[in-house]
Design a protein around this ligand. Structure first.
Ligand code: DON
Length: 577
């Protein structure tokens, strides 16, 4: 911890500097005075997203009297323009909304669905072997997108501004363009080979000579602006039954995919009850199926609750051992039981019960790692991609929004809708293409997550809201594929168990275990002594790249808002006022 603090402190200062002079002064003061809470603090509301332009337009919505849902939908559309590798209208996600006034916490499931012509074996060859190329980079890789319908539903039920108003900043950013940040240029360079395969994608993201837009150049997206304008003028059904739907189907079918106009017309987002659990007196609400996220966050927290995590210390070998053992058991259950509850029965009550957690805890040896092969589901990842994006927004009327949405890989399938100007997802890879064969994140699934027409593929996205005594306390969530669950979980534990301020809680080095492969993945910053102790306990420990990009807002007892944008994303920013 001592090694990581100066870096965390420097990042806090940097974020403060980027936000405002006042933020900087507060940052400096917080560090000097050792305050518990983050320096990006404000009295009237807070926005944390992975792109400063999205944070800015969302903050403006709040400042103009809009509520957190208005700001969230505005941020979501702005991210589709400013961060097209993950921000999207061609994908899907989950939004959690907590209304302190009514006590209600709901989730909007706008996850993609499998087309009607999808089959269980569609990503296997004649010999029954899985062909990853098909579920990841073909016109069949896309599920029916849910973002536009999901955002429209959120706004209609819980917002206060019309859809056209929430789309206006995105339309302007697409039309007028914005200066490309270094990360945008790098992303295009990294993905150039797979993006240039598709003519419309090449035309959108690369210049006539085939080179990517470079840092500081203005990137304009006229086709996307036209699409967003059509939606603003004709409403969300335009995307599903209007000109945009025609463009999607034309593109997919031209490239041999099976999605039809009927699939798009039939898409509906669903309002669902979130998963609820408790942790040391806090109420934890997170996403239920078709995400596995909330279920396993609650399950792992239930296991940890039986131990003195504060006493064992942040990121000590004992704490990491306990977390890793709990994570392994949860991910073994995930592989066996989790899927779309509209199609399969999931033992949610059992998985999230304290009693089941007690039983699992009892199987954990205090000093020895249990080999993954010795763990089966209980009773009741190397292809790397790094995008999906989360934002957290809270207003001064007690409304909080936690939203994670994605097109799966960075740039999804890579296929841009010709004339539509947006990328399509490759979410079909989140289904189990064949029982026991891992997906891109090394996650194994079975029967419960097999491909079926109309079904939603299992997700790990975990938009989460933690409440204390009926008040919104911590709004958080992250990208990171299979690591989303463990990233979000550690931020909750860092705040609740280790009493870190929300910025430090998100910046601190993270660890991850997903049962298979059987090793603890750790970020840089876990001390070599700790790694050695873990190895002595029988763990294999691998130091790997940074995990997740958590965007959080914490509301303190005085009702002040503290934003924390993850320093792992150079464009992240928290803004309040
Ligand atoms: O829904 C899921 O769990 C995945 N499609 C999320 C992908 C993701 O987070 C990619 N980035 N880190």
């Amino acid at each position: 911890m001592t090694k990581t603090m100066p870096r965390a402190a420097a990042l806090i200062l940097l974020v403060g500097l980027l936000v405002s002079d006042a933020g900087f002064a507060a940052a400096e003061r917080a560090i000097l005075e050792g305050e518990r809470f983050s320096p990006v603090s404000a009295d009237n509301g807070m926005v944390a997203t992975s792109h400063h332009l999205a944070s800015r337009v969302a903050r403006d919505v709040l400042a103009d009297g809009g509520n957190a849902v208005d700001a969230a939908v505005t941020a979501g559309f702005a991210l589709a323009v400013t961060q097209p590798r993950s921000g999207n209208i061609g994908g899907g996600g989950f939004m959690l909304i907590s209304d302190e006034a009514s006590g209600e916490v709901i989730s909007i499931d706008y996850r993609e669905t499998a087309p009607a012509a999808a089959t269980e074996t569609m990503f296997q060859d004649e010999d029954g072997e899985v062909v990853p190329e098909r579920s990841r980079f073909s016109a069949d890789a896309s599920g029916v997108p849910g973002t536009v319908a999901g955002f429209a539903l959120a706004l209609e039920r819980y917002g206060s501004i019309p859809l056209a108003e929430a789309l206006a900043p995105a339309i302007e950013l697409a039309e007028e363009g914005f200066a490309v940040p270094a990360r945008f240029e790098q992303g295009l360079r990294d993905a150039a080979d797979r993006l240039k395969r598709w003519p419309a994608t090449r035309e959108k993201f690369f210049k006539a000579d085939g080179s990517p837009y470079t840092e500081g150049e203005i990137f304009r997206q006229p086709a996307l602006a036209a699409t967003l304008r059509r939606i603003a003028e004709r409403g969300p059904r335009e995307f599903y039954q209007g000109r945009t739907a025609e463009l999607i189907v034309e593109t997919i079918q031209r490239h041999g995919g099976r999605m039809t106009a009927e699939d798009l017309a039939a898409y509906e987002p669903v309002v669902r009850e979130p998963v609820h659990g408790t942790y040391r007196g806090y109420d934890v609400y997170s996403m239920g199926p078709p995400s596995s996220g909330g279920t396993h966050i609650v399950q792992i927290l239930n296991i940890l609750e039986g131990w003195d995590m504060a006493g064992s210390g942040h990121n000590s070998a004992r704490s990491i051992h306990r977390m890793a053992e709990a994570m392994k058991r949860a991910y073994a259950d995930r592989a066996e039981y989790l899927g779309d509850t509209d199609f399969v029965e999931v033992p949610l009550g059992g998985l999230t019960s304290k009693a089941y957690a007690d039983e699992l805890r009892a199987t954990i040896d205090a000093d020895r790692a249990t080999l993954a092969e010795a763990i089966n589901a209980g009773d009741p990842w190397p292809y790397e991609s790094n995008e999906t994006t989360h934002f957290s927004i809270v207003d001064s009327d007690g409304l909080a929004v936690s939203n994670t949405y994605t097109i799966n890989f960075s740039y999804g399938s890579g296929l841009v809708v010709d004339g539509g100007g947006f990328l399509l997802n490759n979410e079909m890879d989140d289904f189990s293409a064949k029982p026991g064969v891992p997906n891109a994140y090394g996650l194994i699934g079975g029967e419960a997550n097999k491909i079926e027409p109309g079904k939603r593929m299992l997700s790990s996205m975990s938009p989460t809201i933690v409440k204390k005594d009926g008040r919104n306390f911590l709004v958080t969530g992250s990208p990171g594929g299979s690591r989303i669950i463990t990233t979000t979980l550690q931020v909750i534990s860092n705040v609740v168990d280790h009493e870190m301020n929300v910025q430090s809680a998100g910046a601190a080095p993270r660890v991850h275990h997903q049962w298979l492969p059987d090793h603890i993945r750790v970020e840089q910053g876990i001390s070599p002594d700790t790694v050695r102790l873990l190895e002595e306990m029988g763990h294999e420990v691998r130091v790997d790249r940074a995990m997740g990009a958590i965007q959080s807002v914490l509301i303190d007892e005085e009702g002040r808002f503290h934003g924390a944008a993850d320093p792992r994303r150079s464009t992240s920013s928290a803004m309040g006022w």
